[in-house]
Design a protein around this ligand. Structure first.
Ligand code: AMP
Ligand code: ZN
Ligand code: FE
Ligand code: FE
Length: 280
């Protein structure tokens, strides 16, 4: 039987809806062999998941989704197979958590200026201590009936070119990739098809990018194939499950073969079997 994985899942520890327990039940019900929690800027969901795992549980690999800025655009990188205890990574994540919450406060002020009645305390409540993202704000707007459906919050206010949008204070891509490597992990370009982020591939490869998310196949396939072969990028994939909205795809929906994880693991060690962490 073919073995499948999902390497892109969010929990309520960032801007997803489900608890690690609920996510684990879904992973098990889909018969997945391995998975990664890739919350934005936090490992809290990963640690909570680790505590739930029994001997027979599917394999969990370390993961996190980081945002970098390229030509003033928000680009997402997925980090995998790193040491989750690496202190410099923890420090950076805490800093991004703080900056995200400050940005959310500014976005709420902007919404208020635009006449939207919403307060920061309500957003914080929905986030339950997680680094605040636009989905939390959209959720409160929907709950308060400021918008008629969840996506409308993005279409009218929060989308990248909409009036209440404030860009995040992100990592520089070189710095993010270097940090991931120092932590022993691999850096993968997330959902390159969304807003044609694949145009940054060449630059990212120059900075040491290791892989590209091609499941779901939402980008120019020819380009991806070219880069994959030219630069030996590892192919990965996942659902980017958040649990709400129309963009939502179910956990396991992308049918990502386990081979992708095998390749990732192979790439994370040198020919002598040493990990990047051991080499640092
Ligand atoms: P943030 O990290 O706070 O900038 O929020 C990014 C998250 O918002 C993404 O991970 C998506 O889950 C969600 N998102 C961004 N744009 C849209 C959109 N147009 N419709 C629905 N969700 C979106
Ligand atoms: Zn998200
Ligand atoms: Fe993303
Ligand atoms: Fe994501």
């Amino acid at each position: 039987m073919k073995r499948y994985i999902d390497l892109h899942v969010h929990t309520c520890y960032s801007d997803g809806v489900n608890t690690p327990q609920e996510v684990l039940e879904m992973v098990i019900s889909k018969n997945l062999e391995a998975f990664a929690i890739t919350d934005h800027d936090t490992l809290e969901g990963y640690w909570a998941m680790r505590k739930l795992l029994t001997d027979k549980a599917p394999e969990l690999i370390s993961g996190v989704e980081l945002s970098v800025t390229m030509e003033e655009t928000d680009v997402h990188l997925l980090a995998y197979l790193f040491d989750p205890d690496y202190p410099p990574l923890k420090t950076e994540l805490l800093d991004f958590h703080r900056k995200r919450n400050h940005r959310a406060l500014l976005m709420v002020s902007k919404l208020n200026e635009l006449g939207v009645d919403i307060n920061y305390e309500a957003v914080k409540k929905v986030a339950h201590g997680a680094p605040i993202g636009r989905p939390h704000i959209a959720q409160v707007m929907y709950d308060n009936q400021v918008v008629n459906y969840y996506e409308e919050a993005f279409e009218q206010y929060l989308g990248n070119d909409k009036p209440a949008y404030i860009p995040k204070d992100n990592f520089e891509p070189q710095k993010a990739i270097a940090l991931i490597h120092q932590a022993g992990g691999l850096a993968v370009l997330a959902h390159p098809g969304i807003e044609h982020k694949d145009k940054y591939l060449e630059k990212l490869i120059g900075f040491g990018l290791d892989g590209i998310e091609v499941y779901p196949p939402s980008h120019p396939q020819a380009d991806t194939d070219r880069f994959k072969h030219l630069y030996r990028l590892v192919i990965t994939g996942g659902s980017d499950y958040h649990g709400r909205g129309e963009r939502n795809r179910m956990i396991g929906s992308q049918k990502v073969p386990y081979d992708c994880l095998t390749r990732l693991k192979e790439k994370s060690v040198d020919p002598l079997g040493r990990s990047r962490k051991e080499m640092r």
